[in-house]
Design a protein around this ligand. Structure first.
Ligand SMILES: Cc1ncc(COP(=O)(O)O)c(C=O)c1O
Length: 446
């Protein structure tokens, strides 16, 4: 039998991968099975999955009840659309459940899609339709943040604030603006919290005023920025953003694709700061990755404006084939059951605090510039002395993550930030193995 790794080289076009860099020494990691927080590769070698696959595996691998839910649902009804007055019963049940969970945020409607980018597209289009139907035609601009990651489709990419992701695909969708992120460790304004007066949040107000409040439809942000380097905002930041959005009639979109359903130690990321968004975006942990699913939740006000009264003939002319796929929705329902039954949100909070405490021990190493995190989402930034970044061409973060892989720990390098986002079922022993391994590999740098 051909080694599947050869197929990787010959047939696959993998996302976000410089495939030419993989060679005899650095082979693709081909995983064949998983159990709890561990996965096993094609050679039978076991790894702790310190990144929850792709920030998404909350309930752990190999959950029979998830598999049963999908399989029973496929036998019962493999697929039926939600278009034009049709629906399947499971999508209805999940919509009710999500609205229920997001009660405190005042959400009242759920629109389904196949993943995070699509769920973001939905949020962006809802925002534009909302203001247009309110007669405020010029209110179409969206403000997002540099370093944000909101996906890869053209709308979501236009909101994304990573230059490398954007530049080859320009021109992007018109009407997107970006402000600086709340990144205290590498503050773009070179000021210190709290004396800074939250200048990064205030920039939203200045930008809205500059653009003209009657032209700005929405602000979109991840409660804790993920792919941009696990950036936890300082206290007061989100409250200030919310205040500004309310003042200028700007819809607040919380992109909870990573932070939704427990990762940060609360049910939603925005709950840490008591923020009530107008639109919430979910994917990833909604099914823990067992099947693809995205959801965009809105308030009743937005729903009503977008659809209008009976007889007005308004509809939201948007939707993809797999919106509300029954097997994905059935899996999501069981995923939410497990999350509740096993107290995974509390586990993320408690084990997250433990993981952060252990990671902070690494701050004494000369090559560790910064450690931060919230719940089971954390960053370790590798630097030279006095916070000076390593030269990018040295690929320091990537080398550390490859070394860790050799010792059976999967962590992700976002440049020189090592990011941790393990399944919420991870044990403290497994956290110790990850952190000890990381510390030893970083020590070798000096
Ligand atoms: C915050 C955020 N939004 C949106 C997305 C896009 O989701 P997807 O990759 O499912 O399209 C991601 C993916 O990582 C994300 O982290």
């Amino acid at each position: 039998m051909t080694d599947p790794r050869k197929k990787y080289q010959e047939y696959l076009w993998a996302p976000f991968t410089q495939m030419g860099d993989l060679d005899e020494e650095v082979e693709p990691l081909v995983i064949v099975s998983g159990e709890g927080s561990r996965v096993t590769n094609i050679d039978g070698k076991e790894f702790i999955d310190g990144h929850g696959a792709l920030w998404l595996n909350n309930v752990g691998f190999g959950r029979q009840e998830m598999v049963d839910a999908a399989s029973e649902q496929m036998q019962q009804l493999s697929y039926f659309p939600s278009f034009a007055g049709m629906a399947n019963n499971v999508a209805l049940e999940l919509a009710e459940r999500l609205v229920d969970i997001a009660d405190r945020e005042n959400m009242s409607r759920a629109f389904f899609s196949s993943g995070g980018s699509e769920a973001v597209e939905t949020a962006l289009k809802v925002s534009r339709q909302y203001w247009r139907l309110k007669g405020r035609d010029r209110k179409y601009k969206v403000i997002a943040r540099r370093q944000a990651y909101h996906g890869v489709t053209m709308g979501a990419l236009s909101a994304t604030g990573m230059a490398m992701n954007r530049q080859l695909f320009e021109p992007l969708v018109p009407g997107f603006r970006h402000i600086e992120p709340p990144h205290c460790y590498r503050c773009p304004y070179d000021v210190e919290y709290p004396d800074c007066g939250l200048v990064c949040a205030k920039e939203l107000e200045r930008t809205i005023k500059f653009e003209g409040p009657d032209t700005v439809a929405a602000f979109i942000g991840e409660p804790v920025m993920g792919a941009g380097g696990v950036i936890v905002p300082p206290d007061g930041y989100w409250q200030e953003i919310e205040r500004i959005c309310r003042k200028y009639d700007v819809l607040l979109i919380s992109d909870e694709v990573i932070t939704g359903f427990g990762r940060t130690g609360d049910v939603f990321g925005c709950r840490h700061w008591g923020v009530r968004p107008d639109i919430m975006v979910f994917a990833k942990a909604l099914t823990s990755g067992y099947l693809p699913l995205g959801a965009t939740l809105t308030t009743e006000d937005i729903f009503e404006v977008c659809l209008g009264q009976h007889g007005q003939g308004r509809e939201f002319r948007h939707g993809t084939t797999y919106s509300g796929h029954p097997a994905a929705c059935a899996t999501a329902l069981v995923n939410l059951d497990i999350t509740e039954k096993e107290g995974l949100v509390d586990k993320a909070r408690d084990n997250g605090a433990y993981m952060l405490k252990r990671l902070r021990e690494l701050e004494s190493l000369p090559a560790v510039g910064n450690v931060n995190g919230l719940g089971l989402m954390a960053r370790v930034e590798l630097t030279q002395k006095d916070d000076v970044p390593f030269p990018p061409e040295q690929l320091t973060g990537l080398k550390i993550s490859r070394q860790l892989m050799r010792r059976g720990v999967i962590l992700r390098a976002l440049g020189d930030v090592i990011s941790l986002s393990p399944p919420l079922v991870i044990t403290q022993d497994e956290i110790d193995t990850m952190v000890d391994g990381l510390g030893e590999e970083i020590e070798k740098l000096t």
